[in-house]
Write a protein that binds this ligand. Sequence first.
Ligand SMILES: Cc1cc2nc3c(=O)[nH]c(=O)nc-3n(C[C@H](O)[C@H](O)[C@H](O)COP(=O)(O)OP(=O)(O)OC[C@H]3O[C@@H](n4cnc5c(N)ncnc54)[C@H](O)[C@@H]3O)c2cc1C
Length: 419
Amino acid sequence: MPTIDDFIQPKEWVSEFIIEVGKMIRRWGEERYIPIRQQVDEDWRDHVLIEPLLKEALVDLGLNKGMFPAEVGGADSSEGAAGICMTAQELARIDSGFATACLCSTWGMMPAILEPHRSQEICREFGPKFCGPELYVGCHAMTEPASGADVENIGRMQGRTIRTTATLDGDEWVINGHKIWPTNSGKLADLFTVVCTTRRGSTDPNDFALILVPADTEGVSTGAPYRKCGMNADMNSDIWFENVRVPRRYRFHGPGDDLKYWRRAISSGNLASAAMCVGVMKSVYEIIKKWTTERVVAGKPLKEHSLVADMLSEVALLIESTSAWMWCYAREMDHPEIYRWDPWDERFLLKTRGLSLYASNAVEQACSRAMDFMGSYGYCREFDIEKHWRDQKVIGLWMGGKGLKALENARYWYDLETL
Ligand SMILES: Cc1cc2nc3c(=O)[nH]c(=O)nc-3n(C[C@H](O)[C@H](O)[C@H](O)COP(=O)(O)OP(=O)(O)OC[C@H]3O[C@@H](n4cnc5c(N)ncnc54)[C@H](O)[C@@H]3O)c2cc1C
């Protein structure tokens, strides 16, 4: 009998190590998270349950360590993209909000910690915190009140709308600005990667800056957690920076290179978003398979009715197609020597927007179709379809939303010149 492990996952591409990571997360989720998933969903404001669970995942299971060098306690994985896919899909099968919180902890660090653009100085200073025995959480602060999509639409807006400024004063950066929405903001984050400009209104790539700001720096303040439709394990809030001073060395690379390597984080975010969609769809598959087997309607199991079989087939196709596409792009990212472009290449970023868009449409459709055929049972909390349905919607909305995703995908495939 096929299970979720029979959906495409090319055996010759995904190493034993990555498969073991997936199994470890699944075991942990079954024992520690799934039994209290509904309670966790109510914990959005205080994170009384969520914070200890984050410690278990990021510290005890070691998910924070993946990309850091071994010298500072990291796992130094050379299969970064495959690892992201496995981790994101397994965590999202448990809870996509929790997956978001875990993955975003080191997301903003990627431009500084991945080879071949690794900053040893930043790894030495912050690696032991992320890889140590205490919970240490990162946050990638890009979005601003004026527009999130404009900040991410770097190919066309070129940073001109970024309002958060970084000004060099002697050996310190002085940061002023306001970020909204970042995952792990509020009281949770210990360290912010802040997307800044060194000259407001500039379109010069040299003015785009990624600067680390420890959350306890004077002048940093955060707001209350937002009340959202779903993704409750992910805490989001405002962050204000008022004359915040950090050492000059906290800028990742410097003029030009900050923007260049940031693109890799954006492509990885698109890939992780797709993997989360796969994870949610796998959970949906498990739920509807059981339900339509056990529920008897008009004298036979629900799944034996042709209309229902059509829906079940549709969900399986969505999982299979999204998985195949996701693993292909992960392969491209992890093997630039074969595919002949760097993972931070702007063209690759544009392509990954297409994957993310496809995956978010697929998961939306899968959750909605599953609910259609579970009837009122799908709409109540008990069977978790309702939770996935609420949670998944934002995967299409974040990282620039569906508009930017479609636009950038078209920009790649059709050489758009004005959009
Ligand atoms: C749960 C959650 C987690 C998040 N995590 C983070 C995080 O970790 N870090 C972070 O910085 N932000 C984060 N965000 C914010 C998120 O990434 C932004 O909300 C998103 O980028 C969209 O920005 P916006 O809401 O300002 O929409 P807008 O920029 O106002 O866009 C509105 C709509 O217009 C579309 N659009 C924009 N430009 C164009 C165009 N040129 N052509 C066509 N359509 C266009 C967009 O696609 C979107 O559909 C998170 C948000 C949520 C809900």
